[in-house]
Write a protein that binds this ligand. Structure first.
Ligand code: PLP
Length: 435
């Protein structure tokens, strides 16, 4: 399973009350100076992070936790991966910043040449960006340019970031609601096919799309992340691809969360042998250095006019050299450590261990693939209780789901078997405590 020297094997170690005194002190500073919408601060949650290594995180009071979040699906190659850190440090001393669409850098050219090796076949032309939402914006704008149409179809429960353009395709109502008047109102929302067989789901999708003639693209997560680790019915994505082709609509896969080995394939599209027209990537791409991209087939990307001096779409940090250096070595680390295969193998083990939790009254369902799983709890209150009691026991978890009733699991792909075993044990104890 790859060369695993330097991968930390430590377990959790809780030294004092959680949150500890240093966390409490820093929380006061946030309360005073941060927009009050950003950080949820309660007597039991969160803890301030001080450092992280592999699959563990240490807080400012010296407590060490196992991490079942990869910090929002970013640390696939491990927290503070030493080779990524070295590459960023080296790049830092040479060139920290280039010029978006004007004077480019060697790191950018090398990354763009490397990407087609790992992306689904034929997605060879790329727009680099910084955040996931920006990659989504670039994909949506590409679809408008390529089709001459202006509206989008997206899925209920889907999440693509929170900028105004990305909100237009966000299928989680609480994020859209306060901004409804400011975002495009013509998005067609489709049902994500979870509890329905793929054939009737495809027929419904086809009917909904065929009733409109203004849809430039359908954007879909091959497994919904923030929506609560929702896996579509087998065969649906291939059917969706065929429907889009038939109706002249582009298909955008948002693999910002599912990419870079998370589901046991480089990209989740591979599980259904679907090659979308455009793919969005981000999160684990730079191992923590913000970098993202939208990549497309050349015929699609070449709908953009040739730059004659001023790009129609760019940004200050497009192709930032430190981000490109981080991304290049992240790809190399995923290969060197065999993390795609590792996620697949450990995922089978994790899935069968999680399955045992359905014996608990509060657990309704377990679902997932590779190292991306969701524990569907009875309600948001029990999910919240599990996340908080797991933290006190030394395991970091996140709540997800359109109603907040899912506990999501996404460890770094470098997690060792003993760490995975221990983290699952803690999760079981937290679920038992919530009964
Ligand atoms: N798309 C998906 C599937 C995501 O999970 C996320 C973030 O969670 C985004 C887009 C937005 O990425 P960012 O928060 O970097 O803008």
């Amino acid at each position: 399973m790859g060369d695993r020297r330097n991968v930390s094997e430590e377990l959790e170690e809780i030294r004092g009350p959680i949150p500890g005194p240093q966390t409490e002190k820093l929380a006061q500073m946030l309360r005073a100076h941060e927009s009050r919408n950003v950080t949820y601060l309660s007597p039991e949650f969160p803890v301030f992070w001080e450092s992280a290594d592999g699959s563990t995180v240490t807080d400012v009071d010296g407590n060490r936790y196992l991490d079942f979040t990869s910090a929002f699906g970013v640390a696939n190659a491990g927290h503070s991966n030493p080779n990524v850190a070295k590459a960023i440090a080296k790049q830092t001393t040479r060139l920290m910043h280039g010029m978006g669409d004007v004077h480019p850098t060697e790191a950018r050219a090398k990354l763009l040449e490397r990407l087609p090796d790992i992306l689904p076949l034929g997605l060879t032309k790329t727009f680099l960006a910084t955040t996931g939402a920006e990659a989504v914006e670039a994909a949506l704008k590409t679809a408008v340019i390529a089709t001459g149409k202006s509206a989008f179809a997206a899925f209920e429960g889907g999440y693509h970031g929170l900028s105004i353009g990305a909100l237009a395709v966000c299928g989680i109502e609480r994020f859209r609601k306060p901004f409804e008047a400011a975002i495009a109102g013509d998005t067609l929302f489709l049902e994500y096919p979870q509890a329905i067989a793929s054939e009737p789901a495809i027929a419904r999708t086809r009917a909904a799309l065929a009733a409109r003639n203004d849809i430039a693209a359908v954007i879909v997560e091959p497994i919904q992340s923030r929506g609560g680790c929702v896996v579509p019915a087998a065969g649906y994505l291939a059917g969706l691809h065929a429907v889009c082709k038939e109706l002249g609509i582009l298909l955008i896969f948002d693999e910002i969360y599912t990419g870079f080995g998370r589901t046991g394939a480089w990209f989740a599209a591979e599980h259904e042998a679907v090659v979308p027209d455009i793919i969005c990537i981000g999160k684990a791409f730079g191992s923590g250095f913000p970098i993202s991209a939208a990549a497309a087939r050349p015929e699609v990307m070449d709908a953009w006019p040739l730059s004659t001096g001023e790009a129609l779409h760019t940004s200050t940090y497009l192709g930032n050299p430190m981000g490109c250096a981080a991304a290049l070595v992240t790809i190399a680390e995923i290969e060197r450590l065999g993390l795609v295969e590792r996620a697949r193998r450990l995922g089978l083990m994790l899935g069968s261990r999680l399955e045992a939790f359905v014996r608990y009254r509060n657990v309704a369902e377990i679902r997932g693939r590779g190292l991306m799983w969701g524990v569907q709890m009875r309600d948001a209150a029990t999910a919240d209780a599990v996340v908080k009691s797991a933290l006190a026991l030394g395991l970091i978890l996140l709540q997800s789901g359109t109603r907040g009733d899912v506990v999501s699991i996404a460890p770094p792909l470098v997690i060792t078997q003993s760490q995975l075993h221990r983290a699952t044990e803690i999760l079981g104890n937290a679920i038992a405590a919530a009964e």
